[in-house]
Write a protein that binds this ligand. Structure first.
Ligand code: NAD
Length: 289
């Protein structure tokens, strides 16, 4: 791609999509966020507004910049509004069929055949999403970390079909425009960080499930004993227990190792809608305001 990326689209405005959109708009890019319906689009806007307000309150951002950030953003529920984008980052729910459907639709809608389609998936093979399009050479994984405005890492994941030029353009964009630090991973479920992190979170869930220790003691143990900023069950709550379960399932499907199998307690909590911070209750309870 010869022209610099100035117009980006984000599909999905949940905790990750809203965060990715925020960092793009804060970098001065024209940022369009597409959600599944009008109500979800309003919620996505609200999510970004709250996050910007928090940054202002904490002295990380001045009020004028926060206002400018919102001026760079549009929120929609029609993928057609992403037709003129040079880079689209998909960040919808961790469901392979839903993501493949979005990629197939984007491939038809995004006009510029050189435009790059990226996925923020944590565990679904990038190849599978590339194969849903006619431009697998321009599809790759761009995996951000939560909360996106705070954590500096992104994993860049090329599939067997991704062109080296696509990787180079996106790495330059991530480091130069978004000021992130890049690590590269093979296209294997979980990439680098989740392949290491998820078995640890699942081990903590199994320990809570068996009564080995309470959720609070497990978290305190790792916070005070290992200087982790957040214990494993608080972290699972932050990620979202539905997302943790989906990533674990993808890892298990890929490697067939028992350490990746989602424990029954995790499955039951997801079925019960106890998804962690985003629903107010997971292993701990949260004030939803
Ligand atoms: P989330 O549940 O907070 O948000 C998902 C959003 O996608 C929802 O707002 C939903 O309305 C929207 N959506 C669903 N189908 C859609 C469609 N067809 N078109 C447009 N929008 C649609 O989930 P999240 O935590 O933001 O995770 C999103 C992705 O990011 C997943 O692939 C997840 O694995 C990945 N991820 C999550 C984390 C994390 O810590 N939560 C970290 C890195 C990557």
């Amino acid at each position: 791609m010869s022209t610099p990326i100035t117009r980006v689209g984000i599909v999905g405005g949940g905790q990750m999509g809203a965060g990715i959109a925020e960092v793009c708009a804060r970098a001065g890019l024209a940022t369009a966020v597409c959600e599944s319906d009008a109500r979800a689009a309003r919620t996505a806007r609200e999510r970004v507004t709250v996050s910007l307000e928090r940054a202002v309150q904490r002295g990380k951002l001045d009020r004028i910049s926060a206002e400018h950030t919102l001026e760079h953003m549009v929120f929609t529920h029609s993928l057609d509004d992403l037709a003129d984008r040079q880079l689209v980052i998909e960040a919808i729910v961790e469901n392979p069929d839903a993501k493949a459907e979005v990629f197939a639709a984007l491939d038809k809608i995004v006009d510029d055949p050189e435009a790059i389609l990226a996925t923020n998936t944590s565990s679904i093979p990038v190849m599978r999403l590339g194969m849903a399009t006619r431009r697998a050479d321009r599809v790759l994984g761009l995996h951000f970390f939560n909360p996106v405005p705070v954590l500096p890492l992104v994993e860049v994941v090329a599939s067997l079909h991704t062109a080296p030029e696509t990787v180079a353009v996106v790495e330059d964009f991530a480091t130069g425009v978004l000021a992130k630090t890049v690590v590269r991973s093979q296209d294997r479920a979980g990439f680098v960080v989740n392949a290491l992190l998820i078995p640890y979170l699942l081990a903590a869930i199994r320990m809570a499930e068996s009564g080995f220790a309470t959720a609070t003691d497990l978290d305190t143990g790792m916070e005070l004993g290992c200087a982790h900023p957040m214990g494993p069950l608080k972290l699972a709550d932050l990620i979202g227990l539905d997302t943790v379960a989906s990533i674990a399932q993808s890892l298990y499907d890929e490697f067939k190792e028992p350490l990746y199998a989602p424990p029954p307690l995790l499955q039951r909590m997801v079925e019960a809608g106890l998804l962690g911070r985003k629903t107010g209750r997971g292993f701990h309870t949260y004030d939803r305001g």
